[in-house]
Design a binder for this molecule. Structure first.
Ligand SMILES: [Zn+2]
Length: 119
């Protein structure tokens, strides 16, 4: 049986790093975070950046390969397309605030409820 849970430590300004956990349950992927927003199931910066394979968000560079494994799960799930869509929205010359909020809410829900991979 392989690992079906990966926990990454997110860089924070406080002493205690937040934990972002990627959990694979059958074909569903759940992503949680221990920060105040994330603990309520909301989409947060930590989930976003660690799911996007952002090295700068890692507390310990030694977790590189674990983040890559988590990212492979993300790529294999519908969350990947949603993240790309959000990045496109954020990159526009005149960002559409409402569209960005909607995209974040949608990703938050997908990470909370688990998304089915492969389809
Ligand atoms: Zn968080």
């Amino acid at each position: 049986m392989g690992t079906n849970e990966i926990t990454l430590l997110a860089r924070t300004s406080t002493e205690e790093p937040f934990k972002v956990t990627f959990r694979k349950d059958e074909d569903r992927l759940f992503i949680t975070c221990t920060c105040p927003e994330g603990a309520h199931g909301e989409f947060c910066e930590h989930k976003f950046r660690l799911a996007s394979n952002d090295l700068m968000m890692l507390q310990h560079p030694g977790q590189n390969s674990e983040m890559l494994n988590a990212h492979i799960w993300v790529i294999d799930s519908p969350i990947s397309d949603k993240l790309i869509h959000l990045l496109q929205l954020l990159g526009e010359d005149e960002p559409d605030g409402e569209a960005i909020e909607n995209a974040k809410a949608e990703i938050g829900q997908a990470m909370r409820e688990g998304t089915v991979s492969g389809t």
